[in-house]
Every structure is written in structure tokens, then in C-alpha cells.
Design a protein around this ligand. Structure first.
Ligand code: URA
Length: 258
């Protein structure tokens, strides 16, 4: 059970317990005040226990900036796994923190988990992820050796909708801390959502891609999202150009495409 469901389950049990207690007091009152022994029945009305229940089974407070600022990668993962800073926590199966090597050649940043990632707790394991692996392999990069992968939001938006601005605001401190701890040589933002969030702009991806930006001293490149390229093969060429740009920056010799 995830944390959001656990809080709800605890509240339900508490609420039922208060109702039973109330029934006992109601019965005791009838026994003590009545002339004859009453039939055992359940009270028809109950006080509203919701405030008491919420106080006794509180939602964990979202991590404050200072908690995130001081923590290690492992501690950050633990914060993410219990995060309830936005509503996505109530529909997720797993948080998807991110994974890969520290000091990677590339840190790939996507938008947020899809169904496969939500089911496994791992980033980019579905169809788009397998395609991304091929992109990386085409410039001699391997996920196990050279790459760290994370997303802007760590919980799946229902029906794979875009994460809302509020959800991104609640989550973005995590990926920023991840970048500081992972210390990548370069960052590759894939897709509009991740690129806009990291660069703090509303410019479209067509305008943003194709050049390096400076993210706190780290060269950051933007390209299309593999899911978008699977739907729109005309994006393949610009993605290949972007990958070559990245390889050149990393001094990786790339065979030219036939
Ligand atoms: N798309 C993303 O942006 N991230 C994932 O982890 C999977 C699909």
C-alpha cells in the first residue's frame, strides 16, 4: 500500500473505532439513565469525528527546502518515496526517483513516469524508454555505465496527462538536488515539458532544441521526447543531429549514418 492509501486506511479504521465508542457511550447512558434495560442498538446520529481523525492520522508534511538541501542521494530517494506534496501521490503505485551512475556523461531528464514506470518504480522502462536506449547506444552510451535518468515529476500523472504547473512546482526541487548530487557532465532534456521546466521558459521545443544552454555551469541540450518521435518519424533527423551534437561535446567518435 502506498503512503497516501495508508493514511486513508488509518483514518477509516479510526473513524469506525470512534463510531463504536460512541455507540458504547450511548448504550451506557441509556442503561444508567433509563428505568428498564434497553435493547442494544446503534445510534442513529454521530458527531463529526473528521477533525479528530485527521489530527490522529496526519498527512506527512511535504519536505521543506532545507530538508532537501542537506540530504544525500539515498536520503533524497527516501523523501521522494514518502512525498505527499501534490495530489499525484494518491494515484501512484510507485514513486519513480531515477537511477543510473553518479558522475555520468549524461543525465537524461524526462517529464514523468508512465504506466510501466509507475508499475515498476523505474524510469524509462516502457516503449519510449527502449527507444531512448537505442538513441544512447547510437552514440556509444550505455545506461549502466554512462547515464543517470530522472524525471521532472516523480509520480505518474493519471492517463499520462501533462503534469500541471502546481505538480511540477511541488516536485522540481528533487530533480535539482539530484543534479547537484549526481554531477553530470551534460544534461539532455527530452521533450517540451522537461525542457521548459529546466530552462524556465514557455518557448516551444522546436525553438529550444539544437543548442547548448548553461544550467548552473552544466551544458544542457534539448531534444524531442522518444514517445513523440515514435508518433512523428519526421523528428528522427533532428534528434540524430542533437545526439551527434552531444557526442561531439563528449568527444565520442560517431560513425556517420548511412
Ligand atoms: N516518459 C518520461 O518522460 N519519463 C519516463 O520515465 C517514461 C516515459
Amino acid at each position: 500500500m502506498n503512503d497516501a492509501n495508508e493514511v486513508q486506511a488509518r483514518r477509516k479504521v479510526l473513524d469506525e473505532a470512534f463510531h463504536e465508542l460512541w455507540g458504547c457511550f450511548d448504550m451506557a447512558e441509556k442503561v444508567l439513565l433509563g428505568d428498564s434495560l434497553p435493547e442494544r442498538d446503534t445510534p442513529k446520529t454521530y458527531p463529526d469525528f473528521s477533525h479528530l481523525v485527521e489530527e490522529l492520522a496526519p498527512e506527512p508534511t511535504p519536505p521543506s527546502g532545507s530538508r532537501i538541501d542537506g540530504c544525500s542521494l539515498e536520503q533524497l530517494g527516501a523523501l521522494v518515496s514518502s512525498c505527499m506534496a501534490c495530489d499525484l501521490c494518491s494515484t501512484r503505485k510507485h514513486t519513480v526517483f531515477g537511477e543510473g551512475v553518479v558522475l555520468p556523461k549524461v543525465m537524461v531528464i524526462g517529464e514523468g513516469p508512465g504506466a510501466d514506470e509507475d508499475a515498476t518504480g523505474r524510469p524509462f522502462v516502457g516503449r519510449a524508454g527502449q527507444y531512448l536506449d537505442k538513441w544512447l547506444a547510437s552514440i556509444e552510451l550505455s545506461r549502466n555505465r554512462d547515464v543517470y535518468i530522472a524525471n521532472i515529476v516523480k509520480c505518474r500523472p493519471p492517463q499520462n496527462r501533462d503534469p500541471s504547473p502546481d505538480e511540477m512546482t511541488a516536485c522540481i526541487a528533487y530533480v535539482k538536488r539530484q543534479i547537484l548530487l549526481v554531477k553530470p557532465q551534460t544534461i539532455l532534456c527530452i521533450g517540451r515539458i522537461a525542457s521548459q521546466a529546466m530552462l524556465g521558459t514557455t518557448d516551444g521545443i522546436g525553438k529550444l532544441r539544437g543548442k547548448f544552454y548553461n544550467y548552473d555551469g552544466i551544458p544542457l541540450l534539448v531534444t524531442y521526447h522518444p514517445a513523440g518521435v515514435l508518433r512523428n518519424p519526421e523528428y528522427r533527423r533532428p534528434v540524430w543531429d542533437d545526439l551527434q551534437r552531444l557526442a561531439k561535446f563528449l568527444n565520442i567518435p560517431i560513425p556517420s549514418r548511412g
